[in-house]
Design a protein around this ligand. Structure first.
Ligand SMILES: C[S@@+](CC[C@H](N)C(=O)[O-])C[C@H]1O[C@@H](n2cnc3c(N)ncnc32)[C@H](O)[C@@H]1O
Length: 284
């Protein structure tokens, strides 16, 4: 299926096009977040993940909170255009809603390769001016960058915030995640930013309890083997290089609750249970 932008006359896919034979990461994540846009096959798989990693819901919520803080920070610094790849099933507040609390004129293009996200995009993401949705794959940067909806909404002469939040762990090493980021980076002008988060199997460095986690890690990866995209957990040392030309802003790559927290910082145990690293980088 090629890139697709729902217009006013076509806001979604027919139910028949939604594959309910295999778990979909977008729908499993929706289940972790307490959403309703998931199917039995997704709930069964998600429950298996919860069995081996009971804190996955905490991780999902912390990841969403990181996205909100990063978007607020960048929009507060003047960014007015966002490309959010691996959007996920809409969950309030969505990226454009967060951005528009600060700057109502912010333009946002959402991109996801799962038709279920397209199904909900018309009603919950693109029902307002200056937002668009593209059914596209992060593994095809050119198709995304050249898509008419992207070209219409994004001015590539002005800084852009590229969001790759909780998506690159669905890209295998042989699909070259760093090369994909570099391809997007090349199209963006100086002053653009990358917001990235990524799941890990690594214990939190300051947690001394140690994690008996090789089992959990293998268990979680195992569940995703039956899903439409495999999970590729990476250590911090494998995530930092993904930033390529984007210089890391303070505090660098950290467990997501530690990225410029706006409230109390979780305990070391909770940080250990939060399996996402995140950071923001700037292209000079
Ligand atoms: C875990 S959700 C993250 C949603 C949101 N970015 C967040 O962090 O809250 C991952 C999303 O990435 C999407 N995704 C997975 N592989 C993708 C690919 N190759 N291209 C585009 N989107 C992809 C999934 O469909 C899903 O919606």
């Amino acid at each position: 299926m090629g890139p697709y932008a729902p217009g006013p006359e076509h806001t979604g896919f027919a139910a028949a096009e939604i594959d309910t034979s295999r778990p979909h990461p977008a729908r499993m994540y929706d289940y972790y977040l307490g959403g309703w846009d998931n199917y039995e096959v997704d709930r069964v798989a998600a429950e298996r993940v919860i069995e081996v990693h009971p804190q996955v819901r905490l991780s999902a919520r912390a990841n969403r909170a990181f996205l909100r803080r990063a978007v607020r920070t960048l929009v507060g610094d003047g960014v007015r255009q966002i490309i959010d790849i691996g959007t996920g099933i809409p969950t309030s507040p969505n990226t454009h809603e967060v951005a528009r609390e600060t700057a109502p004129d912010t333009r946002v293009v959402y991109v996801d390769n799962d038709p279920i996200v397209a199904t909900h995009a018309g009603a919950r993401l693109t029902n307002t001016a200056h937002t668009g949705f593209v059914l596209g794959d992060v593994r095809e940067p050119r198709a995304i960058l050249d898509h008419p909806t992207v070209r219409e909404l994004i001015d590539f002469d002005r800084p852009v915030a590229l969001l790759l939040v909780a998506v690159l762990h669905f890209i295998r090493d042989d699909e070259d995640p760093a090369g994909l980021v570099a391809a997007f980076a090349e199209a963006l002008p100086a002053g653009s930013h990358l917001v990235l988060s990524h799941a890990t199997g690594e214990p939190y460095e300051a947690y001394e309890g140690g994690r008996t986690d090789e089992v959990a890690r293998a268990g979680v990866e195992d569940v995703y083997k039956s899903a439409t995209a495999t999970l590729n957990l990476r250590p911090k040392a494998g995530i930092e290089p993904l930033f390529g030309p984007f210089a890391l802003l303070e505090p660098g790559v950290v467990r997501v609750p530690l990225w410029r927290p706006d409230g109390a910082v979780p305990s070391a145990v909770e940080l250990n249970d939060t399996i996402f690293y995140g950071a923001v980088g700037r292209k000079g």
